[in-house]
Design a protein around this ligand. Structure first.
Ligand code: ZN
Length: 399
């Protein structure tokens, strides 16, 4: 998780010895700090020393300042929800026909075959678009992925999948598939979903995270089949699950996904709920009351064709929102700037550039408990940054 030894690296090609970066505007993303015009990010041995005006920086005569022109410099980006272990399967799933068809196509693929070459390409892609942190999910190749992430230079949280409907014995702790959570503070269990993981397993996983003070992740309220299954036990998705995963004896709780997750005690301010497409106003009130962070994956939802999250209502309610790409089995790339542009285009109200950038930086840093290291441009944090692409700036000018 902590990688504070890395040099400012989000823009490849800068000589390593350069320690200061001048930009037309710097957004530190520190609460209530206004944009700094003609600002300079000064770094020292891979950490941020300070953010000052160019006039101030010029007083340090020994400082070599790299001029980035009129760009807007922001903290390095954080992709709060990915499944990098599925990156070799890009373009091989069914698109646009709903969740059941998508997941059927997914599980017919060689899920465990992630290879080093693909992962190296992934690392390059993430660096190119300024991503320096991930919340990564693994169910199939946890050892390979933990080794990859540990050597990647990324800051990360790593979530090990809990799936299946067999009743866990007594007070069993979550399984980590041979990994040792006591040696790796970046590890957490993650509940795959309410329809795929025994409720007791979900509760034990959440309880473990609470005790260890680690974040918990859950795919929640992603698609209509999930809502129908939990409300009635019926539907095409239910029939599909009963072919293998879901026991015939499954008794639907008769609740919405959010209400059921709350009933199980899974929701609090250290839970990151991923997708949240099927959310009613009553559900939103629950999410808000519990302090849950929402992780929206709008391009994934569009790819699978499950609808879209009521983001306008989330914004009005002040729910913390992260934007993420999900995996390459439901997205065309891992580029968070493209995700942000898509989100802003779909939104039926205006959003400020600062609010959008927060969904890629400060908010996911808090949700993944990485804010000591990344998420804002503040003294002592990692000297990593990204530049807002020009096309996004043209559409959402800085206020
Ligand atoms: Zn996911």
């Amino acid at each position: 998780m902590p990688r504070p030894d890395t040099e400012a690296h989000a823009q490849p090609g800068f000589p390593e010895k350069i320690k200061a970066f001048r930009a037309g505007t710097v957004l530190t993303m520190v609460k209530d700090q206004p944009p700094l015009r003609d600002g300079v990010l000064i770094t020292d041995q891979g950490r941020i020393q300070e953010v000052v005006s160019y006039q101030e920086a010029k007083k340090h005569s020994s400082l070599a300042i790299q001029d980035l022109g009129p760009s807007v410099l922001v903290p390095g980006l954080i992709n709060a929800h990915t499944h990098l272990e599925l990156s070799h399967l890009q373009g091989r799933t069914v698109a646009g026909r709903g969740f059941t068809e998508w997941v059927k196509s997914l599980i017919s693929l060689p899920l465990k075959d992630i290879d080093r070459g693909t992962l190296e390409k992934v690392r390059g892609r993430l660096a190119r678009n300024g991503t320096i942190g991930v919340g990564d999910i693994s169910g199939h190749s946890p050892r390979t992925m933990l080794d990859f992430l540990s050597a990647s230079g990324l800051f990360f949280r790593f979530f090990v999948e809990q799936i299946g409907f067999s009743q866990p014995p007594g007070k069993a702790v979550p399984g980590f598939k041979g990994l040792q959570p006591e040696r790796h503070p970046e590890l957490s269990p993650y509940g795959h979903a309410l329809y795929s993981t025994h409720p007791r397993t979900l509760q034990l996983s959440k309880a473990w995270c609470r005790e260890q003070r680690r974040p918990f992740v859950l795919h929640l309220a992603e698609h209509p089949g999930e809502t129908e299954l939990l409300a009635t036990g019926r539907g095409a998705f239910a029939e599909f699950l009963k072919q293998g995963l879901l026991p015939e004896s499954f008794a639907p709780p008769g609740l919405s996904p959010v209400a059921y997750a709350d009933d199980l005690g899974l929701l609090d301010r250290n839970t990151l709920a991923v997708h949240l497409v099927q959310v009613s106003p009553a559900d939103l009130a629950v999410l808000k009351a519990r302090g849950v962070a929402a992780c929206l994956c709008p391009r994934s939802n569009a790819y699978i064709n499950v609808g879209r999250a009521p983001a306008e209502q989330f914004l009005d309610a002040g729910l913390p929102i992260c934007l993420a790409t999900d995996s390459l089995t439901s997205n065309s790339d891992l580029d968070l700037w493209s995700e942000a542009a898509f989100f802003a285009r779909e939104l039926q109200e205006d959003i400020s550039l600062q609010d959008l950038v927060a969904m890629l930086t400060a908010t996911p840093a808090r949700a993944l408990q990485l804010e000591r290291y990344i998420g804002t441009l503040e003294k002592g944090k990692a000297a990593c940054f990204s530049l807002i692409p020009e096309d996004l700036l043209r559409r959402l000018p800085l206020q």
